[in-house]
Design a protein around this ligand. Structure first.
Ligand SMILES: O=C(O)c1ccccc1NCC(=O)[C@H](O)[C@H](O)COP(=O)(O)O
Length: 252
């Protein structure tokens, strides 16, 4: 598969950089904190289950947060985030494996590694509770799902179309992220989640990703069946704890 076909230039560049990056020098073995359990626990105590993302910058963001990633992570948790996502992609998102490691050592909530993983050995770069696998960008999705689980990671398989959702389910994904951002054109449309969510089985943990900027957006994704909301830009813009608190308190 040529994953770069028909995608935005920024994505071509992200994938080229990902292909250049190596893997870890030993196979990891992780004792993961459960992401589905953390989302369910937040729901039970009346919080909107938000996975707050430490996202210093991105191809679609103006500017950059140069704050200490651990301070950003603590602010997300103080604001009520049920879990965290930490970018480890260095070239286009300002992330790093070190940042993830420090965050995970500091907080007690589950931490998702957010990167463009293309090959099995790239799973061995840093410990995390969950790892993102983007259906569109891997050749052997089922193989990577197994490889992630063998190391103790919970794979979160990201999809953007019905065909990718079917591939994710066929690969045995138990946590599926429906990305409202089209990685071919980089535009965001919340109706993507609404259209795909009904096709996922009940027992799959469904995460709505990208473009959630307001309490209304959060409520809309929840009504459409999201078990969790992955939110980056809207939380990074300004006072992180206050932004998170506002979203976590959104009613359906
Ligand atoms: O966020 C981007 O600009 C971006 C560009 C190219 C590929 C991926 C990109 N984002 C990855 C993500 O999935 C988001 O960081 C995540 O869903 C949070 O989205 P948002 O709340 O819209 O920042």
């Amino acid at each position: 598969m040529n994953a770069s076909e028909g995608v935005a230039p920024a994505i071509e560049s992200i994938l080229a950089a990902a292909d250049e990056r190596g893997g870890g020098d030993r196979r990891l073995s992780v004792a993961a904190r459960s992401l589905p359990a953390a989302l369910a626990a937040a729901e039970e105590d009346g919080r909107v289950p938000v996975i707050g993302e430490v996202k210093p910058t991105s191809p679609t963001t103006d500017g950059r947060r140069d704050d200490d990633p651990v301070a950003l992570a603590e602010a997300l948790v103080d604001g009520g985030a049920a879990a965290l996502s930490v970018l480890t992609e260095p070239d286009h998102f300002g992330g790093s494996p070190d940042a993830l490691q420090q965050v995970r050592e500091t907080v007690s909530v589950p931490v998702l590694r957010k990167d463009f993983i293309r090959r099995e050995e790239q799973l061995d770069i840093v410990e995390a509770d969950a790892v993102l696998l983007i259906a569109r960008f891997v050749d052997d999705l089922a193989g990577l799902v197994i490889a992630a689980r063998e190391r103790g990671f919970q794979p979160l398989v990201e999809v953007h179309s019905r065909a990718e959702l079917d591939d994710a389910l066929a690969a045995g994904a138990g946590i599926v992220g429906i990305n409202n951002r089209d990685l071919a054109r980089l535009d965001v449309d919340l109706s993507t989640f609404e259209e795909l969510a009904p096709h996922a089985p009940e027992d799959v943990t469904l995460v709505a990703e990208s473009g959630i900027a307001s309490r209304d957006d959060a409520a809309r994704m929840r009504r459409a069946g999201a078990d969790g909301l992955l939110v980056g830009s809207a939380l990074m813009d300004g006072d992180v704890a206050a932004n998170t608190e506002r979203l976590v308190g959104a009613k359906r």
